[in-house]
Design a protein around this ligand. Sequence first.
Ligand SMILES: [Zn+2]
Ligand SMILES: [Zn+2]
Length: 144
Amino acid sequence: MRRSSLELSDILHAQGAAYRQAHAGRLSLGQLKVMAAIEQCRTAALGGHVAACHDCGHTRIAYNSCRNRHCPGCQGAAAHAWLAARQADLLPRPDEKPPNSEPPFASPPPCPHCGGIMAVIETFLPGTQPRAPPSGHVIVAIAS
Ligand SMILES: [Zn+2]
Ligand SMILES: [Zn+2]
C-alpha cells in the first residue's frame, strides 16, 4: 500500500538524526521524546500483531501506534479516546452497557477482501518482527 503524501514520520526518519545533531543542546527532553515517539509510531519498534481472515486467509500486520498527542498520525485516535473517556464520566443510564475496555487487538476490523472475521494469529513485542511475515500484507495502524 502506497501512502499518497509525505508524513511527518517520513521526514523525521530521513532528517531526524541530522536535526538532532544540528540542534544539540537546544532541544528539550520533551521535544526529543515527541520526535522519538513519532519516529517509532506504527513501526516494529512498538510491536504489533498479525491477523488472519478465517474465510479467505488474507493476513495483515498491524503495528502499534505511539498515541503521543503531538503525533499527527495519532491525534485522531487520541481525540477519540478522550471523548470516550469523557462519555464514560457521564452518569450511566441503566439500559447502557459498560464501555468496551478490551485491548484494541481483541477484535481486529473485518477482512478487507471478503468481510470475514479476522483473528489475531500472532502478537510481537516492541523491537521484534513477526516470525513469518505474510506476503502481500497491508500495514495499518491500530485504531485506539
Ligand atoms: Zn477474508
Ligand atoms: Zn503516533
